[in-house]
Design a protein around this ligand. Structure first.
Ligand code: PEP
Ligand code: MG
Length: 580
């Protein structure tokens, strides 16, 4: 064994959720399932093997109970339903009952019995024409994996083993893994995959967990239990830090805390520039856990309610009543403040566990968001009906995602009118003046902004997608993350021209992509006259602080220069010179 001191290593990634954390690495990865077992058993072993099976089932159920409890406490009742699906499998005669029968009647070993029931059910479910039933395949497989690992005496590597605060190291984190997180124990994330605007990144920001994603193959340099420092602002993970580095980061942490303290004074203040201009700040929401007392008084409203989280955190399509209750709750929380409710935006990196969409080679250019809703009319109508019914409890506005053509907008509006007509004939009240807007996130909307502006009440610029579609850079792909930049002059010009076209028609423009919360972008957005700036709750105070030192003439002068620049680097450094 070498006695060489452990060397410090620095791993670079993309900082997607701010903050510095110190902790040990917890490696989360599904190991290859061990599958060596006899297929058949002798008849006199049936009883013993059934006992072994029953004991594996009991252990699996007790794991699941523990996970359900943890997820209820940390992420709420709704999300524990995903795990509950697996529990019900273990009590289902079509699953567990069949496994027992295979051991009793066919004299299969319990492992072989589990395997063949999984194969049988998978084949059966796949033939069915029902997305919900098809998606039960995941529950079957997950439950079978857990059962198998107890039969094989492996411990299933779920996150319940995370019993003390640690930094989670993973390939990627899916929503269903995230529901298992006990947030008391997750200090931060480091992932191999991902970019700034992936679902994981958005989720980590909304949960306030620092994260560095897209570190690529360097992830392999981190071992379970290594001491780490992660810097979610700069996108750095330091493995086995030397004492001097630890000291450096302790000082940085203190500075960050002191800055946070200073910012807190801005929370309750209106967003005012140094020359007295007021800007409307709003927040993006998705999960009920993000709501905190006081936020309603700090901002103008909700600029983006990502309703897909409601769908992603369920194990079935939320019914009209379930959706109505969720929208009503949010509108009541926000009282008389506007809430922009975006209709279902799935596809791309956002998938539903219970609805397997056909595999596509370019999912971000495929059947997603409004395209899907216009195809699945009933799904769309159910959501619109729920939103409209809830609209009497607050100030709802409806927004369609990923509109690309005028026809799509017209169709979506026509469907909304149909839903309204049905509500009227059922004598169900809704807000007749509910505004309808669209996300401006596809270049065709920018080009045709003057036309779209005649047919919408508002736009909200989704820079997360607008950047990927304008610059042809996959927002998920860490290999091209260096090209993903909203300071690219093409993006800046797009935003500028959209705002001008909308204002010409007297329509307001919001921005709900990540750019709205970036202090460096503040002078440009101010000069362009962006009407509503919507961001994650944690960025609001910082953006108010930035605005407090800006004036309109200085910002306008910067914009004039920027509109004549060639590269993102030039734009960025000109903005930096003003802000820092
Ligand atoms: C965007 O594209 O900028 C946006 C806000 O939507 P999402 O990140 O959910 O695609
Ligand atoms: Mg988008």
């Amino acid at each position: 064994m070498s006695n060489l001191p452990v060397r410090e290593k620095r791993i670079a990634g993309i900082g997607v959720s701010q903050g510095i954390r110190f902790g040990r690495a917890f490696l989360y990865a599904l190991p290859e399932a061990k599958v060596s077992f006899p297929e058949r058993i002798e008849s006199h072993f049936v009883e013993t093997e059934l006992k072994r099976l029953a004991s594996a089932k009991d252990q699996t159920l007790s794991d699941l109970e523990r996970i359900i409890e943890i997820s209820k406490q940390t992420l709420g009742e709704e999300k524990s339903v995903i795990i509950q699906g697996q529990r019900s499998m273990l009590n289902d005669p079509a699953f567990y009952g069949e496994i027992v029968k295979h051991v009793e009647k066919k004299m299969f070993s319990p492992e072989k019995a589990v395997q063949s029931v999984v194969d049988q059910l998978t084949a059966l479910f796949e033939k069915m024409n029902n997305a919900y039933v098809k998606e039960r395949i995941h529950d079957v497989k997950d439950a079978a994996n857990r059962l198998m690992s107890h039969l094989q005496k492996n411990s299933y590597p779920d996150l319940t083993q995370l019993m003390e605060p640690a930094i989670l190291i993973a390939d990627d984190l899916t929503p269903s893994v995230t529901v298992q997180l006990d947030r008391r124990f997750v200090l931060g994330f480091v992932t191999r995959l991902g970019g700034e605007t992936t679902h994981t990144a958005i989720l980590s920001r909304s949960l306030g967990i620092p994260a560095v994603v897209g570190v690529g193959e360097a992830l392999a340099e981190i071992e379970h239990g290594n001491e780490l420092i992660i810097d979610g602002t700069l996108g750095v993970c330091i493995v086995n830090p030397e004492p001097a580095t630890t000291q450096e980061y302790l000082t940085k942490l203190q500075q960050e805390e002191a800055f946070e303290e200073r910012l807190s004074a801005f929370k309750q203040q209106p967003a005012l520039t140094a020359d007295g201009r007021q800007v409307e700040m709003a927040v993006n929401i998705g999960m009920p856990e993000e709501f905190r007392e006081g936020i309603v008084d700090e901002v103008h409203g909700v600029g983006l309610f990502r309703t897909e989280f409601l769908f992603m955190n369920s194990d079935h399509f939320p019914t009209e009543e379930e959706q109505f209750a969720a929208y009503k709750k949010v509108l009541e929380q926000w009282k008389d403040k506007p809430v922009v409710i975006r209709t279902l935006d799935i596809g791309g990196d956002k998938n539903l566990s219970y609805w397997q969409l056909p595999k596509e080679s370019n999912p971000f250019l495929g059947l997603r968001a409004i395209r899907l809703c216009l195809q699945e009319r009933e799904l769309f109508k159910t959501q619109l009906r729920a939103i409209l019914r809830a609209s009497v409890f607050g100030r709802a506005k409806i927004m369609f995602p990923m509109i690309t053509t005028i026809q799509e907008l017209r169709q979506a509006k026509a469907i909304t009118e149909e839903v309204k007509a049905a509500l009227r004939s059922d004598h169900i009240a809704f807000d007749e003046s509910c505004e309808i807007g669209i996300m401006a996130e596809v270049p065709s909307v920018i080009q045709l902004a003057d036309r779209f502006a005649k047919e919408v009440d508002f736009f909200s610029i989704g820079t997360n997608d607008l950047v990927q579609y304008t610059l042809a850079v996959d927002r998920m792909n860490e290999k091209v993350a260096h090209l993903y930049d909203y300071f690219h002059p093409a993006v800046i010009r797009s935003i500028h021209s959209l705002i001008q076209a909308a204002h010409k028609e007297g329509k307001w423009v919001g921005m709900c992509g990540k750019m709205a919360g970036d202090p460096l972008a503040a002078p440009l957005l101010l000069a362009m006259g962006l009407d509503e700036w919507s961001m994650d709750g944690a960025s609001v105070a910082k953006q108010k602080f930035t605005l407090s030192s800006l004036t309109m003439p200085v910002s306008q002068a910067l914009l004039v220069r920027v509109l004549n620049m060639d590269t993102a680097e030039e734009v960025r450094s000109a903005a930096k010179a003003l802000i820092e």
